[in-house]
Design a protein around this ligand. Structure first.
Ligand SMILES: NC(=O)c1ccc[n+]([C@@H]2O[C@H](COP(=O)([O-])OP(=O)(O)OC[C@H]3O[C@@H](n4cnc5c(N)ncnc54)[C@H](O)[C@@H]3O)[C@@H](O)[C@H]2O)c1
Length: 314
């Protein structure tokens, strides 16, 4: 199926992720039916969509005229059966395997054979989500939009055990046409691509604090003022080629033996959770959220991202 054969999209799920995904596709020019399970949930989806769109307009990433066009391309529905009119269905419902499996089984029967059925799952295997599909399991694929979906360019496209190369290619082409940066995972593994990389950093970040090698604030500064700052233009493998692979072996030989290599969640993480310190939602974690605001932190992130989005479009 060619990307240009995708002429309409359905997004199922009106929580944090569904509305942003619908917005990105509407802004790129395609009609979307956003499907919620109840009037309240559907209204919540429209609210989330509108808030994301307002943010983009307020920060001049989208003109008011483009915003009007996007909204004109949005339809809402409370009937999953309406997904049968779409060439691409993106599922963004709760991260619960049996619920996703039942939905994929239903969509498999409901949708024409050429319809691509994608899951926004963050952690489940698409091979498991598609396990009950008997008609066309080759059209099931993961499209993991990074949060916030309307600001982050990355979408991980994961090929399941039965997903066809054609499904992966058409999905990836479509995402590019929506202005996204898709990456393709050829093996259906936990953590896809980016969460595997992120977890390697998180494991060592916890360990550095746990072993009193550095404070949480200094770990954060090392990332924000050091490693993280060059990543947008200078990736880790480019870095290795730039410094020389022989030097890379010398550094790995001396550093790797002292890194955390635990396959369990971090000991300090477990200790905090046992103490009822769950992070921002209980007021304490690595930081004191009684004096800091997580909403402010998220807002700083979104302000940074919207500027990158504008730069990317220039
Ligand atoms: N929140 C994130 O940071 C994030 C990032 C990337 C991917 N994801 C993934 O995206 C998906 C959605 O996450 P979210 O954060 O938007 O969830 P959410 O909890 O905010 O929303 C879940 C939505 O699913 C709907 N729903 C529940 N059961 C349903 C059913 N049986 N049929 C149809 N709809 C149903 C709910 O009404 C709600 O609209 C999950 O798979 C999640 O892992 C989340």
């Amino acid at each position: 199926m060619e990307a240009d054969r995708i002429s309409s999209v359905a997004v199922i799920g009106t929580g944090q992720m569904g509305p942003g995904i619908a917005l990105v596709i509407n802004l790129a020019g395609w009609p979307v039916t956003l499907i919620g399970i109840s009037p309240e949930e559907t209204a919540r989806g429209v609210q989330g969509y509108q808030a994301a769109l307002n943010f983009l307009v307020e920060h001049e990433a989208v003109t008011p005229a483009e915003a009007d066009l996007a909204i004109a391309r949005l339809r809402t529905s409370m009937d999953i059966d309406d997904a049968r009119f779409a060439d691409l269905v993106v599922e963004a419902i709760v991260e619960h395997l049996p619920t996703k499996q039942t939905l994929f089984q239903k969509l498999d029967v409901l949708c024409p054979a050429a319809t691509i059925i994608a899951s926004n799952t963050s952690g489940l295997r698409i091979s498991d989500i598609a396990a009950l599909m008997e008609c066309h399991p080759e059209r099931a694929v993961t499209t993991h939009f990074w949060n916030p979906g309307h600001l982050m360019p990355l979408v991980e496209v994961i090929q399941g055990e039965k997903t066809s190369d054609e499904t992966v290619r058409a999905t990836s082409d479509f995402l590019k046409r929506c202005g996204k940066k898709p990456v393709i995972g050829r093996k259906d593994l936990p953590g896809q691509i980016c969460n595997r990389l992120f977890q390697a950093v998180i494991r060592e970040a916890i360990y550095l604090v746990q072993e009193d090698i550095a404070t949480a604030e200094d770990v954060e500064t090392a990332i924000k003022a050091g490693m993280g700052l060059r990543f947008p233009v200078y990736g880790p493998l480019e870095h290795l080629d730039a410094v020389g692979l022989d030097l890379a072996i010398a550094v790995q030989s001396s550093v790797l033996p002292s890194l955390c290599n635990s396959t369990e969640p971090g000991a300090l993480l477990k200790q905090y959770v046992d103490q009822g310190k769950l992070g921002a939602k209980t007021g304490l974690g690595f930081y004191n959220w009684q004096v800091r605001s997580v909403d402010e932190l998220r807002r700083s992130r979104d302000l940074f991202l919207v500027e990158r989005l504008k730069e990317g479009r220039k």
